[in-house]
Design a protein around this ligand. Sequence first.
Ligand SMILES: NC(=O)c1ccc[n+]([C@@H]2O[C@H](COP(=O)([O-])OP(=O)(O)OC[C@H]3O[C@@H](n4cnc5c(N)ncnc54)[C@H](O)[C@@H]3O)[C@@H](O)[C@H]2O)c1
Ligand SMILES: CC(C)C[C@H](N)C(=O)O
Length: 364
Amino acid sequence: MKIFTYMKEYDYEQLVFCQDETSGLKAIIAIHDTTLGPALGGTRMWTYETEDEAIEDALRLAKGMTYKNAAAGLNLGGGKTVIIGDPKKDKNEELFRAFGRYIQGLNGRYITAEDVGTTVQDMDLIHEETDYVTGISPAFGSSGNPSPVTAYGVYRGMKAAAKEGFGSDSLEGKTVAVQGVGNVAYNLCSHLHEEGANLIVTDINKEAVQRAVNDFGAKAVDTEEIYGVDCDIYAPCALGATINDETIPQLKAKVIAGAANNQLKDTTHGDILHEKGIVYTPDYVINAGGVINVADELNGYNKERAMKRVETIYDNVTKVFEISRRDNIPTYAAADRMAEERIQRMRHSRSQFLQNGHHILSRR
Ligand SMILES: NC(=O)c1ccc[n+]([C@@H]2O[C@H](COP(=O)([O-])OP(=O)(O)OC[C@H]3O[C@@H](n4cnc5c(N)ncnc54)[C@H](O)[C@@H]3O)[C@@H](O)[C@H]2O)c1
Ligand SMILES: CC(C)C[C@H](N)C(=O)O
């Protein structure tokens, strides 16, 4: 992989490789853009086949966080970490503490939180070494696990998408096909079940599937079957790139609305969905609930304030559909436009120098 060529093409600021022999830590911190503020984004722990695959995942996820934070109206830039390893076997205290020291070394340019493969307990270990971590235990005044809040935001965004696709935001009687019933999707299923939606679920983890079957009366299908099931809404809630050349022809859903990051394999797939009249809800707009919640910690966490902001996901999704219709562009492009315009506006409005915080000579 030509790293500098890639970084230049998509305007990345920084890529940090972290190696600690004692703990076995191998991590990549990608900082995409800090125009709006420090880069906030989670830490993913995953078994990557190759180092290039891990680097690419970190870079793509970090850029997604720039757009997610900008579109959500947060004063934060975008970054992300991937730790190369098996979250079931390779975790230890030293590893997360070593990683925490690397974050501390960035002196606030990057703030972390949970993502796939990491937990509140892992964040607590990172917190032993740095304050630049959110989503730690509520006992520290933190917001805790972001997943239930992400799920609530996805639920609200799905309602806005249903309004666009079916003319009503009621999900009662709608059939939703959920791919991956992990931390976010289990909570999403709970909201959908409560509203009277029918659920079809799949996961590579059989216990996760069984829990959804038992708790919500969901119908289980095999992992490859999920794309072609008869449903109104497809909710991708596992990993990325599941909307691609192989899966699009199978889809029967009119609406796509789910939690996963980087759902489109690439932008051409967003174009195809647009041509087919499938309502695609841009991933980083609908799944911003978690980051909105953890970002509130930077002001001293207030749940009521955070949840009020999470409610805006419904309006943000609606706005993306409006831009898409107005400018006749696919929804992913409409979301990018919304995020990029905000970053550009802020970049320009900061051209005037204003002393903020400490006097620049105060430490002499
Ligand atoms: N946790 C959050 O707050 C949050 C916020 C925003 C976005 N996201 C994104 O949402 C997605 C889910 O996050 P999560 O925290 O629930 O993760 P998770 O690891 O708890 O859940 C993911 C689930 O997907 C399953 N899975 C993996 N590959 C699969 C496949 N090929 N087919 C079917 N199932 C498969 C896993 O077994 C797991 O149960 C991720 O893409 C994540 O980046 C999460
Ligand atoms: C900051 C976190 C809550 C990040 C979350 N994993 C996301 O992708 O939005």
